[in-house]
Structure formats: structure tokens, C-alpha cells
Design a binder for this molecule. Structure first.
Ligand SMILES: [Zn+2]
Length: 493
């Protein structure tokens, strides 16, 4: 069965009507009764949960941010977001008719009691963590109900990528309690497709992953962009034939069109022509991921949303003012169909250019909503304390854009450090690049400095050319879950 069936034929108006209804019912049946955090929020702000009837009413609720989930004083605060029904709350908030209905359904299911059914719906059974670089990781809990949602989104993506039942998948996402690995693992299981999950570079090493790749010959590979790139380059150096690869699905990191072209060129060099390359977007707090669909020339289709499961708003990151759907702004996430850890109006810290698109997808025809693929993390810039770089507020994403888009550069690392490693001395920016057969290093350095100054108004203090093997170590490509593309080695004061 097509996992998109229940939403793919809805018009924009019908989607909005469904979301309004679902939002009201979700808040009144599950969130207000069973979430101690949100019951407090509603009561403190004197908001009657019954009055949240439409998406427009969400503006009465304050935003939820990472800080609400965990504080230094209360590291267990995330527990207040987990729905915790008990007999008293159920009696207080649920109409008798709902319990009667559940009892009837249980009778039809045979041995399963109402308590069993409630346990399946709410009992915490699984957990993934946020991957903060500076903040402590925050756990997000799943019940069986949420695993079913994870299965559904996984099989929706498999359908979107047009992966056939006789194809083989290789999951190279790092093995960890992080969303990407498990979204892929559960998605493939649910879609009934063969998948080898290697655990990534940290678990099996590049040699191990490469051997598994050549033995399994999967047509679909999923992983983190930097590691997939590394693995394909490894194959290219050995002049291996990768013609069995048809699709590459990337996650856990931003993917640009330029990256897709570079990767496609390397794949062509290994005999893999016309490889379709997709990006995905997801975050721990949503406990799901969304994906692009197949397109010509590596154009990004935008991420296909699940409007039966969530509502996205777009707001001005500074003022919190709500923007129109197609406008740029920070993505705000509200769950409308989940259990265990639930967040409403969650500030993702992700800035989207191009907002939400509601026209049917020109590539696959799906009528569900999409968000533009041009997403950058506001939180990265906050984490790196940019105001302190040479006393200027710098958006490091602009550095990344320039460096990613240069065809002469394969890998790069930007290091921010203190002159002489003295915490009171001036900031320095060093860029490391492997030579990759550059004709002239000094003229290339001049060109790169000019480009960076034009885009970021900041010149690097030094551009260092280092061998690729050293670069792989600097980036921790084979040892870390996420590459160290930007390194802030300034001593903390
Ligand atoms: Zn599409």
C-alpha cells in the first residue's frame, strides 16, 4: 500500500482543515491532560486549551526552546515533556464515551485489555538524543505509537525515492542513539527491503565499509554527506567500479547543489552514471525526517512534509513575528500526532530560505506541503559565539558556502584560534586545504582570500595546504559521528 495514500490526494484547503481539527483534538486529548510541562504553560498563561482551534491560534502559546528541555539546575526537565497518563487524569479529562469506545475495540482485538492498549500507546520504549556540540544531549522518548510513526515516515521516504523491493540498501549512518541511523533502520524494515546497517566509519572503518559495499553491491546508499564523499573518493582512488549505485540519500547535514554535482562527478569517474542524490531533513525533537524526491540535474525539490503529523510555522528569528508560509524565517515545529516526548511550537534554530511551498511538487506530483531545501542552522552560529571573532559578527555559513562551491577544493577545515594560543591575544582564522593538484598554491590562496573577503568581509590569517591523509585526521572523518568542519580551538575563559 502507498504510505502517502491518506494525505496525497488532499487539497491545500483540506490539509489545513485536517490540521486544525487534529491540533485541537491532540492538545485536548493528549497534551493538556498528560504533559506536566504544557499543562503548566497553559495554566500560567491562562490559555483555555479548548480555544486552540486553528493553526492561527497557536500564536497564543509561547515558543518552546532547547533551554526549556534541560537546564543546569534541572537536567531532568525533559521528563516533564513526556505524556504520562494515569487513572485520575484519564477520568478527569477523557469523556466516558472514549473509554467505552476503547473497551469495545479491545474486545474486538481479543485478549488485549484497555490497559495493554494504553501501554502500547504511551509507555516509553525507545530513545534518541540530540547531538549538541556545546550543550548536553537531550533525550527524546518514543512509545510504540511513535515507532509506528517512525516506520511510516521511513516507508514514505522509501516510496518517494522509488526504491523497489528487489533493491538493496546500505545504511552508513553512524551507529548511535541518533535519529538518522534509526530512521533508516526502521524505514527499511517497514518497507520490507534488504538493508545492511554498517554503523559507519567509527564502527567498521573505511576499509570495512568499502569491503561491505563491494560485496553487497547496494543500489541505494544512505549516510552523512562528508563520509559518503570520503568513501566514494576512497573507491575512486582505487579505480573501483561503482556502477551498481543508483541512489544516494544524505542526512544529518546540509546538502548543497554544488556538493551533489561534485559527488556525481566522482561517481561517474567510477562508472556510476545518472546517480540520483537526495537530501533529507530531520531533527531529534520531531522524531522523524523528511526527504527530497528524484529530480533532473540534482535540483532540490524541497522536503516533502507529513501534514497529518506536524505543523510548521515560520517566524522572524529575532522578533518571533509570524511570517507568511512562503517567506524566509526560522522553522517552528508543532507535533499533532505523537506520544511520549511531545513539543509544541518548538524553535528548531533552523533558518529556511523560501519557506513552505504548497503547490504540487513539479517533480513527483505529491500535493502535500514541502519546505525549501535551503536550510541553515541559526544555532551553529550561536554555539560558536561569533561576535567574538575579531570583534565582528560573522556568519560562518558564508565561509562554508564559498569553500563548498569551489570545484578546486575537495575538503576544507576552518580553525578559529588565538594568536600564540594566548586567550587574551587576537583571534586568527586558519583554513586548511589539501592541494588536489592545484596548479599554483600561491595564486589560488590570493583568489580564495579575495573571495572570502568579498563574501564575509573577513580575510583568513593563513591558508595552509596539508596532505589529504592529514586532512582526514583533522576532520575526524573516520572517527567522529560528525566531521569537524569548523573548529573553534580558542581556549575558554
Ligand atoms: Zn516531489
Amino acid at each position: 500500500m502507498n504510505p502517502w495514500n491518506n494525505i496525497s490526494s488532499l487539497s491545500y484547503k483540506q490539509i489545513k482543515e485536517y490540521q486544525n481539527h487534529q491540533l485541537n483534538s491532540f492538545i485536548n486529548t493528549h497534551v493538556y491532560p498528560f504533559s506536566s510541562h504544557y499543562r503548566q504553560v497553559f495554566d500560567d498563561h491562562k490559555i483555555n486549551p479548548k480555544h486552540i482551534k486553528t493553526i492561527a491560534d497557536l500564536k497564543h502559546l509561547p515558543f518552546t526552546s532547547k533551554l526549556d528541555l534541560m537546564t543546569k539546575e534541572n537536567p531532568q526537565k525533559f521528563r516533564d515533556f513526556v505524556l504520562a497518563p494515569d487513572q485520575n487524569k484519564i477520568r478527569q479529562f477523557w469523556p466516558k464515551t472514549k473509554l467505552l469506545q476503547m473497551a469495545l475495540q479491545s474486545t474486538f482485538r481479543g485478549k488485549e485489555s484497555v490497559l495493554d492498549a494504553l501501554g502500547k500507546e504511551y509507555r516509553p520504549i525507545f530513545m534518541t538524543f540530540t547531538t549538541g556540540t556545546t550543550n548536553a544531549p537531550v533525550p527524546f522518548i518514543y512509545s510504540r505509537y511513535d515507532i509506528d510513526n517512525l516506520n511510516l515516515s521511513g516507508s514514505r521516504m522509501v516510496h518517494l525515492f522509488n526504491i523497489k523491493s528487489d533493491e538493496k540498501i546500505m545504511n552508513i549512518f553512524p551507529f548511535a542513539p541518533h535519529l538518522a541511523f534509526w530512521q533508516t533502520f526502521f524505514g527499511a524494515l517497514e518497507a520490507n527491503i534488504f538493508a545492511l546497517s554498517t554503523g559507519g566509519g567509527k564502527v567498521m572503518g573505511t576499509e570495512g565499509n568499502f569491503t561491505a559495499l563491494m560485496r553487497t553491491k547496494p543500489s541505494v546508499i544512505l549516510g552523512v554527506p562528508s563520509y559518503i564523499y570520503h568513501l566514494v573518493r576512497y573507491a575512486q582512488k582505487r579505480q573501483e567500479n561503482l556502477s551498481f549505485i543508483k541512489k544516494i540519500v544524505l542526512g544529518a547535514s546540509k546538502v548543497t547543489v554544488e556538493y551533489k554535482f561534485k559527488l556525481a562527478e566522482m561517481l561517474r569517474d567510477c562508472g556510476a552514471h545518472h546517480v540520483l542524490i537526495f537530501g533529507t531533513y530531520g531533527f531529534t525533537e520531531a522524531r522523524t525526517a523528511w526527504a527530497e524526491c528524484p529530480t533532473e540535474n540534482h535540483i532540490s525539490s524541497g522536503y516533502h512534509l507529513y501534514p497529518d503529523k506536524e505543523i510548521f510555522e515560520i517566524v522572524d528569528p529575532q522578533t518571533g513575528e509570524i511570517k507568511k508560509e512562503g517567506e524566509d524565517g526560522e522553522l517552528i515545529y508543532t507535533s499533532i500526532d505523537s506520544r511520549a516526548s511531545v513539543v509544541l511550537r518548538y524553535r528548531t534554530g533552523d533558518f529556511v530560505k523560501g519557506g513552505i511551498i504548497h503547490e504540487p511538487c513539479p517533480h513527483c506530483g505529491l500535493m502535500t506541503l514541502r519546505i525549501s531545501s535551503d536550510i541553515s542552522r541559526l544555532s551553529d552560529t550561536k554555539d560558536l559565539n561569533l561576535s567574538k571573532i575579531k570583534g565582528m559578527l560573522v556568519n560562518l555559513n558564508h565561509f562554508a558556502e564559498v569553500l563548498n562551491n569551489l570545484p578546486e577544493i575537495d575538503e576544507w577545515q576552518l580553525e578559529i584560534r588565538k594568536h600564540n594560543n594566548d586567550p587574551y591575544d587576537s583571534d586568527e582564522i586558519i583554513i586548511y586545504i589539501p592541494p588536489k593538484g592545484l596548479v599554483n598554491e600561491s595564486s589560488f590562496s590570493v583568489m580564495l582570500k579575495d573571495k572570502l573577503v568579498a563574501t564575509t568581509e573577513l580575510a583568513p590569517n593563513e591558508i595552509k595546504f596539508v596532505p589529504l591523509s592529514e586532512m582526514i585526521q583533522r576532520l575526524e572523518l573516520e572517527t567522529a559521528n560528525k566531521e569537524k568542519r569548523i573548529l573553534d580551538s580558542r581556549p575558554k575563559l
